[in-house]
Design a protein around this ligand. Sequence first.
Ligand code: BDR
Ligand code: CA
Length: 308
Amino acid sequence: MKKVIIDVDTGIDDAMALSYAVHSPDLEICGVTTTFGNITVEEATRNTLQVLELVGAGEIPVYPGASKPLVRELKEKAKLFHGENGLGNVELPLPFAAPQAMRAAEFMIATIKAHPQKITLITVGSMTNLALAIMAAPEIVSLVERVVVMGGAVTVPGNRTPVAEANICADPEAASYVFQSGIPITLVGLDVTMQTLLTREHLQQWRERDTKISHFFADMCEVYMDAYAKVGNVLGCGLHDPLAVGVVIDPSFVTTYPMHVQVDTSGSASDARTIGDRREQPASASNVDVCLEVDHERFVEHFLKYVM
Ligand code: BDR
Ligand code: CA
């Protein structure tokens, strides 16, 4: 079993990623850390506790993290996609469990140091917690097994701006810092996540299962799909965060290309863009393994098998 820490801004697809990771027989979740992005960090922490309890994993500890970007102001919540509460306005009972007192970055450092070369960190929200962890304990760069990041758009358009993806936009300086830190990164960006779609037929199958969990996910994802349809994606919604979990479970779902990637922090129209040097003779050595192809049928099948 692979030991993982999942850093989330729960969020509809974050909720699916958590449930998929909980039910996957290949992963051991050491803890879940929370950040801002789709919603505030307080809301992300509440949603994470609620979702873990719903899927029968209320014993997994949740560590609250950063409430704002490293240097910028907090951006608006992603209400159009994730609703006012982050879970498509579908209500869950208030959580029984309380969040841990230890902060997210502190938990990342302690866990990575306790299990050298054994922890895979999956970040599916802003990268602020990881940036803070590396600043406080740079030695984790060589102690972590790998960081799998849902973020960026290297070869395709963005989703938050014409060129930038939402998780990178949430804190471009944090993403830039992490990319330059030397930590081993696999980047699961819109390049591949927009090829792994959940469709209305899948939601119908969930409704037919007729369980508390299946109705919750179907109701929530219907809101997500309606939002996707409004911006022109009528076929379904991207399984962004679940694909990052999937890549940890089975790296053969994707094909990666080593590349030098930098994050634009200029504040201009290209702000938060992930610029990958795809030239035959790049100017700098590669720092990121970028996923550019995905076996979407095999991944979606695996996701549907384990998400609930
Ligand atoms: C990413 O941004 C968030 O809105 C989603 O939860 C996902 O992590 C997709 O760009
Ligand atoms: Ca997310």
